[in-house]
Design a protein around this ligand. Sequence first.
Ligand SMILES: [Mg+2]
Length: 112
Amino acid sequence: MHELFTKDNPSLRECQAFHESLDQEKSFDVDMLRNVAYLSEEIGEVVSAIRDFKKAEAPSALEAARSQLGEELADCLAYLLKLANYSNVDLQEAYVRKMKRNLGRTWHQPPD
Ligand SMILES: [Mg+2]
C-alpha cells in the first residue's frame, strides 16, 4: 500500500507526490495536452453525476449519487494534480496564493 493511504489527512502536496510516483509505476501518459483532454472528459462525468444527484430522492439513491459524484470529483482532482506535476507547479501553494488574492476580489452577480 502506498504511504499516502496510511495518512488520515494527506496534504494536497502529498497527493501530488503520490501521482508523480503512480505515473512512474504505471507508465501513465504524461502528455499535458492529452491529460487536459482526459480532465475535460472527467468534467463531463461530473456533469452527469450532478444530474443524477439532483434527481435522487430516496436516501439510498441520494447516497449512491453522492458517492458517484465524489468519485468523479476525485478523478478531476487527480488530473489537476498530474497537470501540476508535469509543469512543476506546487498546486497547494498556487491554490493558497490564488484564494488569498480572490478574497480581495468582488464578483458581479449575473442578472436573473
Ligand atoms: Mg471518472
